[in-house]
Write a protein that binds this ligand. Structure first.
Ligand code: IPM
Ligand code: MN
Length: 327
């Protein structure tokens, strides 16, 4: 019997292509996994209206992890698949940490962004008043609970304590978001007292954007809210060899259910089906999955092979083959 049971959602666009390479590489490590495929995403929705049935979520609770390529297609209005599938997964499975590592292929920086993954503006608070009229009002709130912020901040401190530099930066916008920012800052400072070995810093998110570009080597671990983390991690990808290398783990650190691993890039419908996508982000996401499942040796071998092949160009499957054969 396979050691780990993994749910696989290839999804839309380049998703299935890059996931095929990620699974090829997992196979090459010799770690035994049993995969269960789930046909979900924009294409499935267009075919029969299915987004994410509750029975599927219940089935997932019995799995060890989920690996996702990308979801979303231009034919479906914005938000339907994002909220109905991706955010529903994050919320229902309580994947409250979104961990996104950024290691530049030239070794010049190595930092991790811990993005709160279940609250903030993503919680969906808000609505319309007088929609479609000239007096229309739209509000979009940001939900920040002490519980939600604290568990994410604690995870970030734990991670910082486990890394050689022991450094953690809170990124927010406390000078303008004086309610949410205050809660985040107070929580951060209180949790810091339990981690005397971790050195801390605070940066406003706009300043952090400059530092990401000009001096990313200053960072070790960063913790931030959901929306700031979304935006900053695209920038993180752009300054770390490109979004084609950016991996992520949507984690339930309490392990009350499976965690979900996915490349940060989207479905890229313009290049779908052409074997043009870089599978490295999906492969590194699979490595994060193996790490989380306790297969750290296999994960390390994958990361090493990817680093050695960082400048390789070729088709999606050629790159996957090259990584697999190096393991
Ligand atoms: C990401 C993506 C998602 C997000 C979208 C697709 C809902 O951009 O994982 O970063 O905003 O979280
Ligand atoms: Mn994003």
């Amino acid at each position: 019997m396979a050691r780990h049971k993994i749910g696989v959602i290839g999804g839309d666009g380049i998703g299935p292509e890059v996931i095929a390479e990620a699974l090829k590489v997992v196979d090459a490590t010799g770690v035994e996994v049993e995969t269960v495929d789930y046909d979900l995403g924009g294409a499935r929705y267009l075919r029969d209206g299915t987004i994410l049935p509750d029975e599927v979520i219940e089935e997932w609770r019995g799995l060890d992890a989920l690996l996702l390529g990308a979801v979303g297609t231009p034919e479906v209005p914005p938000g339907v698949i994002e909220r109905g599938l991706l955010l529903k997964m994050r919320f229902e499975l309580d994947l409250y940490v979104n961990q996104r590592p950024f290691v530049h292929p030239d070794g010049s920086h190595d930092f991790v962004v811990i993005r709160e993954n279940t609250e903030g503006t993503y919680a969906g608070e808000g609505g319309f008043l007088r929609k479609g009229t000239p007096q229309e009002v739209a509000t979009q709130g940001s939900v920040n609970t002490r519980f939600g912020v604290e568990r994410c901040v604690r995870y970030a401190f734990g991670l910082a304590a486990s890394r050689p530099r022991h450094h953690l930066t809170l990124v927010h916008k406390t000078n303008v978001l004086t309610f949410a920012g205050d809660l985040w800052e107070r929580t951060f400072n209180e949790v810091a007292e339990s981690y005397p070995a971790v050195e801390t810093a605070y940066h406003h998110v706009d300043a952090a954007c400059i530092y990401f570009v000009e001096s990313p080597q200053r960072y070790d671990v960063i913790v931030t809210d959901n929306l700031f983390g979304d935006i900053l991690t695209d920038l993180g990808g752009a300054v770390s060899g490109g979004i084609g290398f950016a991996a992520s783990g949507n984690l339930n650190p309490d392990r009350t259910g499976p965690s979900m691993f996915e490349p940060v890039h989207g479905s890229a419908p313009d290049i779908a089906g052409q074997q043009k996508a870089n599978p490295i982000a999906a492969i590194l996401s699979a490595a994060m999955m193996l790490d989380f499942l306790g297969e750290s040796d296999a994960a390390e071998r994958i990361r090493k092979a990817c680093a050695e092949l960082a400048s390789l160009s070729g088709s999606t499957s050629e790159i996957g083959d090259a990584v697999a054969s190096r393991i």
